[in-house]
Design a protein around this ligand. Structure first.
Ligand code: ZN
Ligand code: MN
Length: 463
């Protein structure tokens, strides 16, 4: 499978792209944030493009490793089509602002800026133009995505990146056009475009569905037609809309009412200065600053929330080899394992750096054992971070057994119940000690301090 995505995300500006109307279209009464420009009335003159929208596009392009198109005219073009949500009959869409990037191993073809249409409700035949003219960034990937899973992961990470930039509206919301073609049983199918898929899950479902649909056509000896399809979310299927229009159908022309933008090298520099670190730069810095493995850094940075957590945890524990190692163990290994097991991202899980700091302190102070700490990580995720490690430990009575007598009792019981292991140990098989320790852990429900258990076992066995 070959898949490319055209992803639209909304930029959080106060006013629209070419007029001073408010971009608030969610809470406002329908058709109140409108003017002749965004209603597309004849003779209305648009303002120059919203500067913040252009800046954010440059930032996004930079974060995606794109080359910025500098010292060259960037035009807004009119892309013509007829639909009730588009009063002017054309959408204004810029030529590329950034080109040739890469993110998560997927090539980025281009990043550009455009205006969103209004909101049309076909069931009632009514239109709300409050959204008309609000700025959108479009990211066009190369057809490098090879599976529905890869598409899902890519989009998740992209959304994390946007969250990180903090200048996009409605975190986690996006609309994507999904292009997919397959090669199956030696037959190359045509490219199919599925329009307006508005969630990550939707993109995943579309790809799963199209993969089966297109395979079946080829299997039956048919031809996968080049066409545009719609995603019917309620049924989780796609449906033919129209045969694919070509670029000519849109009759692109540069908008004569809008001056082209020219991005200077200097402006890019200024933007770079206020931009958060790119994932790649962060990876390098983690290796240099904290001395962690390249691989650990890569994993941590692949989820920017996790990278941020790692850094906050290390900083609040104090930067040292020991603390860095603990942070890697409990975030990159244990927390990540638990998140994957419970199928939730770090952001959604509600687990915060403070929780991990507290957990590591409990381990360091010998209050809980490693084994219990792993369970607490799971409980943090299950409780969506609503309980702190301390609260969990107190509630469930998970503290390490300090009562020496209780520990001795468990050790003696393990020895008594496992004569074979004892015999093995005494005849030189040192691994038998691990087995006995496991038994003690079982008897104490993981609340024994391993170091002390080994000491107690040895004391008794070596006698
Ligand atoms: Zn307006
Ligand atoms: Mn578009």
């Amino acid at each position: 499978m070959k898949c490319g995505l055209e992803i639209h995300v909304q930029i959080d500006t106060k006013s629209k792209l070419f007029c001073n109307c408010s971009t608030n279209y969610l809470d406002a009464e329908p058709n109140t944030n409108v003017c002749p420009v965004c209603l597309g009335l004849p003779g209305a003159k648009p303002l120059p493009p919203n500067k913040k929208a252009v800046e954010v596009s440059i930032m996004v392009a930079k974060m995606l490793g794109c080359k910025i198109v500098v010292d060259k005219d960037i035009y807004f073009q009119r892309k013509h089509y007829d639909y009730p949500d588009l009063p002017s009959g054309y959408q204004r869409t810029s030529t590329p602002i950034g080109i040739d990037g890469e993110f998560m191993g997927i090539g980025i073809h281009e990043v550009h800026l455009e205006e969103d249409p209004g909101q049309y409700n076909p069931s009632f035949g009514i239109v709300d133009y409050n959204r008309s003219g609000t700025p959108l960034i479009e990211i066009v990937t190369k057809p490098d995505i090879k599976s529905p899973e890869e598409a899902r992961e890519f989009l998740k990470q992209l959304m994390t990146l946007f969250r990180y930039l903090g200048c996009l509206r409605g975190e986690g919301t996006m609309r994507a056009d999904v292009n997919i073609s397959i090669e199956y049983m030696g037959v190359q199918g045509n490219r199919v475009e599925v329009k307006n898929v508005n969630s990550i899950k939707g993109v995943y479902k579309v790809l799963k569905y199209e993969l089966i649909r297109q395979k079946n056509i080829i299997k039956r000896g048919g031809e996968v037609k080049r066409e545009t399809r719609a995603f019917l979310e309620s049924q989780m299927i796609t449906k033919a809309m129209r045969s694919k229009e070509t670029a000519e159908d849109y009759r692109y022309i540069p908008d004569p009412d809008i001056q082209p933008i020219v991005i200077s090298e200097k402006w890019v520099k200024e933007i770079e200065e206020k931009m958060p670190e790119t994932p790649l730069a962060k990876r390098k810095r983690f290796v240099e600053e904290y001395g962690i493995d390249e691989e650990d850094a890569k994993v941590l940075v692949s989820d920017l929330d996790m990278a941020e957590m790692f850094e906050n945890v290390v900083k609040s524990l104090g930067v040292s080899k020991e603390n860095v190692d603990l942070a890697v163990t409990w975030i990159r290994n244990e927390l990540r394992r638990s998140l994957q097991y419970h199928k939730v991202d770090l952001y959604e899980s509600g687990v915060k750096a403070e929780h991990i700091v507290e957990l590591i302190k409990l381990i360091k102070d010998g209050v809980i054992s490693q084994k219990i700490a792993k369970e607490i990580v799971d409980l943090l995720v299950i409780n969506r971070g609503k309980k702190t490690p301390k609260e969990i430990v107190e509630e469930l009575g998970l503290t390490v057994i300090k009562d020496e007598n209780a520990l001795v009792k468990a050790v003696e019981e393990a020895i008594k119940n496992n004569p074979k292991a004892v015999e093995d140990y005494l005849s030189g098989k040192k691994e038998a000690l691990n087995f006995l320790m496991g038994q003690v852990m079982r008897l104490t429900r993981g609340r024994a301090e391993p170091k002390r258990v080994i000491e107690l076992l040895k004391e008794r066995l070596d006698k």
